[in-house]
Design a protein around this ligand. Structure first.
Ligand SMILES: Cc1cc2nc3c(=O)[nH]c(=O)nc-3n(C[C@H](O)[C@H](O)[C@H](O)COP(=O)(O)OP(=O)(O)OC[C@H]3O[C@@H](n4cnc5c(N)ncnc54)[C@H](O)[C@@H]3O)c2cc1C
Length: 322
């Protein structure tokens, strides 16, 4: 089949790659002039952390998310399988117990084991949890890699093109992957604002994502290489895609400083904010409305769950055609 996909964020790109893997031809229609530049996907941490995520998510996030690590490794070059370290400051150590009761497949580490894993955290935390099966990737590199491999495999990406352009060209089926921009067609979709920072320092070296637990504002730091660290992310019920608040900025910086005081001297390279598209159960959906297949609602799991849900979208199209 010849399939049109509207939107080249992570959902559109992963769906296009899946279509090509299954032998279909694809054209992607992206309204921006570059891959990812106006996408929520641009701001993601890139954590592929389904074992940690079930602390506050459905079991489906683990069942459907764990195979995503292999999918990403097969399709892009920036996947690192180094696990996730979870720590808490001594005053919040009860949070580690709570987190461990709600998750599985981790090792409990003492201070010495934490120092072996992340030498720069030596002496800073007495206890931690290590989820060694987890992975992370660099979202911007992954989006660029995927766009490149789609084009190499014969897929076409039209930039500065939108759903109206797509409607004018012939296709067997259309998949809508516009993320939050599709909310008028998906009335129960809401936005969950996420704010993040990118810090640069040569004084701290971390090799894997570290989650810092806190009763109200659990945050994480993801190494991006070359001294860059993504610090994220707030979770606010709001559809404001523009502004990071002073309070959020203070909380993100505080968490980095709590993890290691050398972050206090880091350069703030970038501040980012966007709105995660979410349905009431915080799980994605593949649904057909007026002959268009919508793939949306990835909430905080765009990179984690798109491989599984793009498979569901293409299954739906193939079943209807057979
Ligand atoms: C701070 C932050 C951290 C996050 N961290 C993680 C993480 O670590 N791991 C993880 O798995 N997820 C994470 N997420 C969630 C993830 O980023 C989202 O779930 C995901 O980006 C949603 O992808 P999407 O493709 O549906 O939407 P988007 O990425 O927004 O893509 C939609 C695309 O459609 C285009 N578009 C819109 N309207 C039109 C139109 N009319 N015509 C053509 N194109 C159109 C847009 O330009 C855009 O390129 C995070 C989110 C945030 C905000």
């Amino acid at each position: 089949m010849h399939i049109h996909i509207v939107g080249a964020g992570v959902a559109g790109l992963v769906t296009a790659a899946t279509c090509l893997d299954r032998g279909h031809t694809v054209e992607l229609f992206e309204r921006h002039s570059e891959t990812g530049k106006d996408a929520c996907s641009w701001w993601a941490g890139g954590m592929l952390a389904p074992w940690c995520e079930v602390e506050s998510a459905e079991q489906a996030v683990l069942d459907l998310g764990a195979p995503a690590i292999d999918w990403w490794e097969e399709h892009v070059s920036s996947v690192e399988r180094k696990g996730t370290l979870v720590v808490a400051p001594s005053r919040d150590v009860g949070e580690l117990d709570r987190f461990s009761r709600r998750t599985s497949d981790f090792e409990t580490l003492d201070a010495e084991a934490i120092a072996l894993l992340e030498p720069d955290l030596a002496g800073r935390f007495r206890r931690g949890l290590y989820f060694k099966q987890e992975a992370h990737l660099s979202p911007r590199l992954a989006l660029a890699d995927l766009a490149h491999s789609i084009q190499t495999k014969g897929g076409v990406i039209h930039y500065r093109a939108d759903d109206r352009t797509s409607a004018q060209a012939p296709a067997d089926r259309v998949i809508d992957a516009r993320g939050f921009a599709a909310r008028k067609d998906l009335p129960d979709m809401r936005g969950v604002k996420g704010e993040m920072l990118i810090l640069k320092t040569r004084d701290v070296s971390l090799s894997r994502p570290v989650r810092l637990l806190h009763p109200r504002i659990p945050l994480y730091i993801v190494p991006r290489g070359d001294g860059l660290y993504m610090v994220g992310a707030t979770m606010i019920e709001s559809e404001d895609r523009e502004r990071i608040t002073a309070r959020s900025m203070v909380e993100l910086l505080n968490s980095a400083y709590t993890l290691h005081p050398a972050f206090g001297e880091a350069e703030i390279v970038e501040i980012g904010v966007d709105v995660r598209p979410a349905f009431p159960d915080n799980l994605p959906r593949v649904q057909e409305i007026d002959n268009t297949v919508y793939i949306n609602g990835f909430y905080r799991h765009g990179f984690l769950l798109t491989p599984a849900y793009s498979g569901k979208a293409v299954d739906l199209i193939e079943e209807k055609a057979s």
